[in-house]
Design a protein around this ligand. Structure first.
Ligand SMILES: *[C@@H]1O[C@H](CO)[C@@H](O)[C@H](O)[C@H]1NC(C)=O
Ligand SMILES: *[C@@H]1O[C@H](CO)[C@@H](O)[C@H](O)[C@H]1NC(C)=O
Ligand SMILES: *[C@@H]1O[C@H](CO)[C@@H](O)[C@H](O)[C@H]1NC(C)=O
Ligand SMILES: *[C@@H]1O[C@H](CO)[C@@H](O)[C@H](O)[C@H]1NC(C)=O
Ligand SMILES: *[C@@H]1O[C@H](CO)[C@@H](O)[C@H](O)[C@H]1NC(C)=O
Ligand SMILES: *[C@@H]1O[C@H](CO)[C@@H](O)[C@H](O)[C@H]1NC(C)=O
Ligand SMILES: *[C@@H]1O[C@H](CO)[C@@H](O)[C@H](O)[C@H]1NC(C)=O
Ligand SMILES: *[C@@H]1O[C@H](CO)[C@@H](O)[C@H](O)[C@H]1NC(C)=O
Ligand SMILES: CC(=O)N[C@H]1CO[C@H](CO)[C@@H](O)[C@@H]1O
Length: 540
């Protein structure tokens, strides 16, 4: 009897669970239906209204792989013609910028195109840097060598020059130095800070600068990563602090010594004065939309010196060109409802040396007074970079992984952008993955300026897992599933980053997603309120 009773209860429970499932599915369908209906009512599509856009976005429907590849072929031609690279301070970079500008200007009057020139500092040390420590009355002079394996320490690119007349006390920064309060006792001291955590070296450098630190000593604290030698890293070109990178052994010894006693160091870093060279950002604005409520869509225009940079990040450059041209064309030739917001498409220079172009641009907005150019005139930054990786994933920047240092004002909007991209991939029956929202591309300076950000990318130097491959196989088929254990872009930062290094299916879909996101934001009735429910005010 008791058993039967239990079975009956179980049956009822199962029914309830089943019913709940059906209701959930129905609700989801209804939500999607509503979403689609809303799109149909907002836009007067150039495509027949009875044919609801398959991609859930008119702009996404205009994205064709042929157009993307046409631009990439031009970028490859430029690299081939100019010594295999499009890195800054080379002819290949200048020709890339000229190509972008010329193409945008050919799009008629729908886009207002401008160049923004700024100077980049050349960087090289003049003499071997010196590092001395004084612990318990014992002075130690550390070994420097340009061969990292033999060196106790090395210089950090874009360190400032320094020559300490006296010893300065060292403070060991707790955790990883990614949060403001970890630097609170470091004023006027030399800060010893570990690699890693949820922020970049550049972000640690910025926090250190804000707290009046005298110099930075980064150290590699991970025996496990087998790299016991010091590492070559760079800070932002705008860095204002002397900085060195210590070997595992030296870093540990200093960190341990700070626990028991006072540790002091003296350092000397001398730089060559190599002057500066000019580089240009390019931006193109839609002529429609409120200039005090701007959506910035960015990608970067330079490659690393090592290669033509067709996936990294020619694929972003080309995608941004197609988005700009197609939006301008929709505005000019169809009844597509124009967004209430201006869209500013930008191609940032010098991303590869530490986000120099986007940092410069955002820096200008802090002091600008002209309407349309002020920080508060920017509502959001969408960033598209590395979009055609051969072993691709559909990666969405996950704003839930933003570091503690990210200004809280930028978080709610960034999370909504994460969600809108995820919903699109789900709605299209496509697989997707999250990407760390670590500020390591051109959206970083926007986030730091309290501006919401987001975007999609197909991945760089991480490997595809077996589970990921299986997930992709089930939804996009064996041919598009790629390889487990292989890195997402095996040609990352290498000479083989050529036209052959593009996965055309992955690339087209990713940029269709990018277009959907832009349209979704553009069609918000009140984007400012949607992105900043708690207001845009922000202490910088
Ligand atoms: C081309 O690259 C090679 C090797 O990277 C270099 O030696 C040469 O000076 C470069 N030529 C030009 C014109 O930049
Ligand atoms: C690139 O263009 C700038 C001007 O914008 C010029 O000063 C520079 O010499 C050019 N560089 C090369 C390598 O052609
Ligand atoms: C320095 O002196 C302190 C206290 O006398 C001692 O505990 C510590 O081990 C010494 N540290 C080094 C690195 O010699
Ligand atoms: C430390 O070593 C460097 C390089 O050998 C040398 O130039 C410097 O004078 C030394 N400094 C002291 C204080 O011993
Ligand atoms: C700073 O110093 C105060 C007082 O000694 C201490 O309570 C606090 O934990 C220190 N903070 C950090 C981040 O070291
Ligand atoms: C530093 O301290 C850690 C933990 O106490 C210890 O494992 C390590 O061996 C020490 N390293 C050095 C170089 O003294
Ligand atoms: C443009 O946006 C601002 C807020 O940034 C608003 O005050 C203004 O009314 C808007 N202008 C138009 C024409 O809608
Ligand atoms: C746009 O709308 C107008 C008026 O509703 C109509 O006459 C015209 O044909 C439409 N154009 C396109 C390209 O759909
Ligand atoms: C050199 C480099 O990798 N540049 C950027 C290309 O795009 C990726 C993905 O956004 C960035 O992480 C890279 O920094």
């Amino acid at each position: 009897m008791g058993g039967l009773e239990n079975n009956k209860r179980m049956f009822i429970a199962l029914c309830i669970v089943g019913l709940f499932g059906i209701i959930t599915v129905a609700l989801t369908a209804a939500t999607l239906g509503t979403l689609n209906k809303r799109f149909d009512s907002i836009v007067s599509p150039p495509i027949s209204t009875t044919n609801k856009p398959k991609l859930n976005s008119i702009l996404a429907e205009t994205i064709r792989i042929e157009d993307l590849m046409t631009h990439l072929r031009q970028l490859q031609r430029i690299a081939d013609e100019y010594n295999g690279t499009r890195a800054i301070n080379t002819r290949g970079f200048n020709e890339t910028v000229n190509y972008i500008e010329k193409y945008l200007k050919e799009q008629g009057n729908g886009l207002k195109v401008m160049r923004e020139t700024f100077q980049i500092r050349n960087f090289a040390i003049a003499t071997d840097p010196i590092l001395l420590s004084l612990i318990n009355g014992t002075e130690k002079n550390y070994t420097y060598s340009s061969k990292l394996a033999r060196s106790d320490f090395t210089y950090v690119t874009y360190s400032t020059a320094a020559d300490f007349p006296n010893y300065v006390r060292v403070i060991n920064i707790p955790n990883f130095g990614c949060a403001k309060n970890e630097w609170q006792n470091a004023t006027d001291l030399v800060a010893l800070v570990k690699a890693g955590g949820s922020c970049t070296y550049a972000e640690k450098g910025i926090l250190a600068g804000k707290n009046g630190v005298r110099a930075l000593l980064f150290y590699n604290d991970e025996e496990a990563n087998a790299n016991l030698a010091p590492i070559s890293v760079r800070l932002r070109e705008t860095n204002k602090l002397p900085a060195l990178y210590l070997s595992y052994a030296v870093g540990q010894a200093l960190a341990n010594a700070t626990i028991f006693t006072t540790v002091m160091v003296k350092l000397s870093i001398q730089l060559q004065n190599l002057g500066t060279f000019p580089v240009d950002n390019i931006c193109a604005d839609t002529i429609h939309g409120n200039i005090t409520q701007t959506i910035v869509v960015g990608s970067h225009s330079d490659s690393v010196p090592a290669g033509p940079g067709i996936n990294d990040n020619g694929s972003g450059t080309a995608a941004n060109l197609v988005l700009a041209a197609n939006l301008a064309r929709l505005y000019q030739t169809t009844n597509y409802t124009k967004y209430k917001y201006r869209v500013r498409f930008c191609w940032w220079a010098a991303e590869e040396i530490g986000l120099a172009g986007s940092s410069y641009h955002v820096q200008q907005t802090y002091t600008a007074t002209t309407p349309g150019e002020r920080r508060t005139d920017y509502l959001i930054n969408l960033n598209f970079d590395m979009a055609g990786s051969p072993n691709f994933i559909f990666g969405i920047y996950d704003a839930n992984t933003a570091s503690n240092a990210t200004p809280p004002q930028a978080i709610p909007g960034s999370k909504k952008v994460t969600e809108l991209y995820r919903n699109w991939f789900i709605g299209q029956n496509l697989p997707w993955d999250y990407r760390a929202f670590n500020g390591r591309s051109d959206y970083g300076p926007f986030l730091e300026a309290c501006i919401a950000a987001g975007g999609v990318a197909t991945g760089s130097d991480a490997a595809k897992t077996a589970d990921q491959r299986e997930k992709y196989r089930q939804s996009v088929g064996e041919n598009n599933a790629g390889f487990a254990g292989a890195i997402l872009d095996p040609c990352y930062h290498q000479p083989c980053d050529t036209l052959a290094n593009i996965h055309q299916f992955g690339y087209e879909k990713l940029i269709q997603a990018a277009a959907y996101g832009l349209e979704y934001l553009g069609q918000q009735p009140n984007l400012l309120e949607w992105l900043y429910p708690n207001g845009q005010a922000c202490e910088l």
